[in-house]
Design a protein around this ligand. Sequence first.
Ligand code: GDP
Length: 325
Amino acid sequence: MEMSELAERVARGDRRALARAITLVESGRADHRAEATALLEALGTRRQALRIGLSGTPGVGKSSFIEAFGSMLTGQGLRVAVLAVDPSSARSGGSILGDKTRMERLARDPNAFIRPSPSQTHLGGVARRTREAVALCEAAGFDVVLVETVGVGQSETLVAEMADIFVLLLAPAGGDELQGVKRGIMEMADLILVNKADGELKSTATRTCADYSGALRLLRKRPQDPEGFPKAMCVSAAERMGLDTAWAEIQALTAWRRETGHFAERRAEQARHWFEEEVRQGLLARLNADPTIRARMEALGGAVAEGRTAPGKAAAEVLAALGGG
Ligand code: GDP
């Protein structure tokens, strides 16, 4: 199929065309890459969705939350796409998030589109694939794109860097330890949702939420936040409690950022970041693909290891060769 035709179908919101387009951006083949680039170019960036990043460790209730939250949104007439970034699939080929039985109801919803994480892509590849899949979902007219990830390794940063709003999902926890949530991740969060605030866990959830509210207040105020943000709240995916409030908070924050220009500014910064990242990845790929350079690296690596050449000098030599100079 011609890319112009595929683009047209994606723009019409044809789900099969969208699935096919995402397969194309996931492919590592050079001819597919060229097609994917042409496709994205043809689609442009006219349409925008609200990009929500959602992170949480396995078992915290991500699928349950997305199922409930996503259904609530589609119930309001919104079209919702769900994409997954699963670093475990990059390493082992096994996926935590790829399970087909997750989000069964949302998967059948005509206003929802769920795409599991592809297996066997390296993290750099995952970043590009996800970013481009987000762009495709936007072009297909989705109102909300949820990008989900497990709290492992670099994936949270990656998702935060492509989201407008970053949500951290946590479980109720006893004790005074803040669940080992790293400060850097707290600093990225716009909204912390303590899930499972129901039944026996309710009071623990309330306490956990208070702990996180306190911790968030200690963080430096960010220019992109109105008063009261970032914020921690209790929800229950199982009882569908607090989901509407969470959505209202997300909308309020989004509206504020749009009015103040922070929304557009962040998108612009992200676009620049991804462009530069793409150049860096391309250079690395070139470095690895060229057998002459690889051999030179090998030889110079030996010389550096034996102390015959200084690392800086050896690196300059390789870089000069790479630049054709
Ligand atoms: P994920 O691994 O983060 O996607 O988590 P799941 O959505 O698969 O949920 C993990 C477990 O937590 C499952 O047994 C769910 O039934 C349970 N769970 C999820 N949300 C809630 C909730 O709001 N309340 C309670 N009590 N359990 C929940």
